[in-house]
Design a binder for this molecule. Structure first.
Ligand code: PEP
Ligand code: MG
Length: 843
């Protein structure tokens, strides 16, 4: 065996030893801090990443040198010390050095039962973790004794083909080697890389003098923490188990003792008040100087307290927020650091109910996680059935091939929505996120039969209407049955943290809000305005849909006028309501952009209903539907194309906006409405619409004698609009990039159909990620950059923003911020995530 003689690769941890977490790992560094705080930490040696790498490659340090700080025949523990605890590491091995001679000695000191148990456990853990023998051959007997120990030693001999090593140096070397190699194993490597570890992530190891936790006077071990890991509330929590080692006290089947007096049964506080007091003192010291909420592992040896280890307390997202705020409030960390300590995406867990991490999952279908949160209910296969269930106050999950505005009521009635087709920006996804409703789209690993009201899973199981399922919209999985959930947990600390975040943020965050309810949510989450109000979404409700349909169906100018006359007061009231809710914050209203097919009935039943509603013959309705149907509706008469073809529609909407502005002014609000033209691809489109809107404004001013201001802007969502942004900006005070359509058109990828093959594309690495979910910075991003530059060159003060569904994601905020955008606009429920992510980028 090649010996390693380079001493700087391992070091005795002392207050002054030169060591960093990047060389020795987080655990070693943390132990040094505890030692500096003069906590009673047993003697510990730290092996660096380089040293452990050398061990894996066969370069073992001189074990006699490693053992020298620990005195005569010590017992030792070895624990992993990786750079980031989340990257895992091999299990700790305790009691290294245990052999026949120590066994006899311990029998004299502790008596047979404790000594036998300790030796038997060491043989077992060495056999399984170091010699990699079959655990079944080394079961732990209920009451170990000399016979069971002999049987285990014999089993080791026969299974390993060599006697159980009695030499502590050999034991230590083998433990170190097996831990070093385990880290290099393919499974361990893949697992940690999945958690973000770099390919060359290092493992350090710490060798510590074993605190036995066994002895005649009070001895044992335990774990203590000072806040609740789920809620983040301050409280002393933990367990202590007399005559035990390591984390034994945490094992569910151990009758361990609570720490504080107020818990049921005997407590450490009563039994050893001084030790308990020391634990509290060390805990407070640790929090103050490690600047973190920790969980401490301790041992009591013959009445003396030892601190063995301290790790960052694993915590829920709710606790993460509360802890960060409390640390800043107590002056332990500064506010910017508190803002940086919470993962923006983790806020989703606070905003929505989630499947509990402990739940047993039986996935029956997988798809694109389009809207986070979890819900449980009975399967239904139509919007009408969803409404019927809601009327009975029964929770239901709406499953559809895809959704259209006809399903809106059903979506409102359901607890979650699952669709077979669609992607991140399809109807169900956009509406689901808007409502804060868990939603999965693009499920391809099932057979959906809407007629028979069944789902057949890939493994042949059939689920029918009324069967209970759980939708995990955060992970994109439908689970069989009802599983335990964790409730959404918004509290004051969440608002506090976001309030701090806003002080550091240097890019605006608005919300996409179409309805009063959306606007209220947006305000509650402190959005700085509405960045996109999709006015056609104001007509999704069944009682209003008829107005939209009448307008689309009108054959003659008179009929159209009649439907527009109905539209005007509705829209005026809608806008006034939004202005009221937003209390003077900017509201950007997009003129109609209805993909016509979304507003037309698709079934015969739907056509019959429409015929009744419009008092027309069924054949008339079918004829009109055929006449306006398009082969490719997403590229058809949408947006400004409708506005130019039937200009009265935009006239009426603009009038409604201006009249609402005047009504708001009469109530004391100063509103400068922002009017946005969708799906523009040519400057001339903007010129024509602008001219008409200005004419409407002039007419309203004359009629009312009131003055008002407004801003006119353009949605940049076709590649041509991005390329011609210079021309377009001459007529637009703002440009808002609609990255949903821009992605669709840049890739030539249908936003409603791409879900079918997206996962296969991503798996094959064709796209690194779903571009409807993660902004494609190379292609679509270049168009954003070109659009922004050309727009700004033509009009230096043009306001730039993004309002596609990408607006709320961290990476697109980073992109938009770097490109000098003024704000991002996203679904109301994503506003908190965007506020935090934007602040972190600025810090
Ligand atoms: C877009 O295309 O990015 C957009 C926001 O508009 P919509 O999703 O309504 O097409
Ligand atoms: Mg669009």
């Amino acid at each position: 065996m090649q010996k390693h003689s380079d001493f700087k690769d391992f070091t005795l941890i002392t207050p002054t030893a030169a060591m960093s977490a990047d060389t020795y790992g987080g655990r070693a560094k943390c132990l040094q801090r505890l030692i500096r705080l003069e906590m009673p930490v047993p003697t510990t040696i730290a092996l660096s990443f380089a040293c452990v790498k050398g061990i894996a490659a066969g370069q073992m340090p001189e074990t006699s040198v490693l053992l020298s700080p620990f005195g005569q025949s010590p017992l030792l523990s070895v624990r992993p010390s990786s750079q980031d605890k989340d990257w895992g590491g091999p299990s700790a091995i305790l009691n290294i050095g245990m052999n026949d001679a120590r066994h006899v000695e311990l029998i004299n000191r502790l008596g047979d039962p404790l000594a036998d148990r300790l030796y038997q456990r060491f043989i077992r853990s060495y056999a399984i973790h170091v010699a990699r023998l079959d655990p079944d051959d080394f079961e732990l007997p209920e009451t170990p004794n000399r016979d069971t120990i002999k049987a285990a030693l014999d089993a080791f001999d026969s299974e390993a083909g060599t006697p159980f090593p009695q030499n502590p140096q050999v034991q230590l070397a083998e433990v170190l080697r097996s831990m070093a190699r385990a880290w290099e194993g393919t499974t361990a490597r893949l697992l940690r890389q999945a958690k973000g570890a770099p390919a060359d992530a290092g493992l350090g190891l710490v060798i510590q003098s074993m605190a036995l936790g066994l002895g005649k006077a009070e001895s044992g071990s335990g774990v203590i923490q000072f806040v609740d890991e789920i809620t983040g509330e301050p409280l002393v929590k933990g367990r202590y188990l007399p005559q035990s080692q390591g984390r034994d006290a945490l094992q569910a089947d151990m009758p361990s003792m609570y720490l504080t007096k107020d818990s049921r049964g005997a407590s450490l506080e009563e039994k050893l008040p001084n030790v308990f007091g020391d634990l509290l003192r060390h805990g407070a010291q640790g929090r103050q100087f490690l600047r973190e909420e920790m969980q401490m592992e301790f041992c009591i040896q013959d009445g003396e307290l030892l601190i063995l280890d301290s790790v960052r307390l694993p915590r829920s997202s709710q606790a993460a927020v509360r802890i960060a705020v409390a640390l800043a409030d107590d002056g332990v960390i500064a506010q910017p650091e508190a803002v940086l300590r919470v993962e923006p995406r983790a806020l989703n867990e606070l905003l929505h109910r989630q499947v509990a991490s402990t739940a047993t999952r039986d996935p029956i279908a997988r798809g694109i996680p389009a809207s986070p949160g979890a819900a449980c209910g009975k399967l239904v296969f139509s919007g009408t059935d969803a409404q019927a269930h809601a009327a009975q106050e029964e929770a239901c999950i709406l499953v559809r091939p895809e959704t259209t505005p006809e399903d809106i009521r059903g979506m409102h009635a359901a607890q979650a929505v699952v669709t077979e087709r669609g992607g991140m920006t399809s109807h169900a996804a956009v509406i689901g996120r808007g409502l804060g409703l868990p939603c999965i789209v693009g499920v391809s690993n099932w057979t959906l039969d809407v007629g028979a009201k069944t789902i057949t899973t890939a493994d042949g199981r059939v689920f029918s209407e009324g069967d209970l399922v759980t939708v995990d919209g955060t992970k994109g999985e439908v689970l069989a049955g009802q599983v335990p959930m964790r409730e959404a947990a918004l509290d004051n600390t969440f608002q506090t943290l976001l309030g701090w975040a806003d002080q550091f943020r240097d890019i605006g965050v608005r919300a996409n809000a179409d309805t009063p309810a959306d606007a209220v949510t947006a305000r509650n989450f402190a959005a700085e305005g509405i960045g996109l109000c999709r006015t056609e979404h104001m007509f999704f409700e069944a009682d209003r849909m008829s107005v939209m349909r009448e307008m689309i169906f009108a054959d003659s100018p008179e009929d159209r006028k009649a439907s527009l006359d109905r539209l005007l007061p509705m829209q005026r009231a809608d806008f006034l309501q939004l202005f009221d809710i937003m209390q003077g914050l900017p509201v950007c209203i997009r003129l109609f952009d209805p993909p016509l097919h979304e507003f037309l009935p698709s079934s015969r039943e739907g056509m019959r209903e429409l015929a009744e509603a419009l008092d027309l013959a069924l054949s008339d309705v079918t004829r009109r539907v055929e006449a306006v149907s398009e082969f490719n509706p997403m590229l058809g008469m949408r947006g400004v194309r409708l506005g130019l073809t039937i200009p009265e529609i935009y006239d009426v909407q603009s009038r409604a906006i201006f009249e609402a502005t005047i009504a708001a002014a009469r109530k004391g609000m100063v509103i400068v409405p922002e009017i946005m033209i969708p799906l523009v691809s040519a400057k001339r489109e903007v010129e024509i619409v602008k001219k008409r809107i200005e004419a409407v404004a002039a007419a309203v001013r004359t009629e009312t004698g009131a003055d008002f201001d407004f801003k006119l802007g353009v949605m940049v969502e076709t590649p041509r609009a991005a390329l011609r942004a210079g021309d377009i900006a001459q007529h637009a005070t703002f440009l808002s990039f609609g990255t949903n359509d821009l992605t669709q058109m840049t890739y030539g990828l249908s936003r409603d159909d791409a879900g079918r093959f997206m996962s296969s594309y991503v798996q094959q690495g064709v796209y690194p990620e779903d571009p409807f979910h993660t902004l494609d910075k190379d292609g679509v991003g270049e168009l954003l950059q070109i659009g922004a530059e050309r727009g700004r060159a033509a009009r230096a003060d043009v306001t730039l923003s993004i309002c596609g569904e990408h607006g709320g994601t961290e990476d697109s905020i980073q992109f938009c911020r770097a490109a000098g955008f003024d704000y991002v606009s996203c679904s109301p429920f994503r506003v908190p995530v965007a506020r935090l992510a934007a602040a972190q980028l600025a810090l």
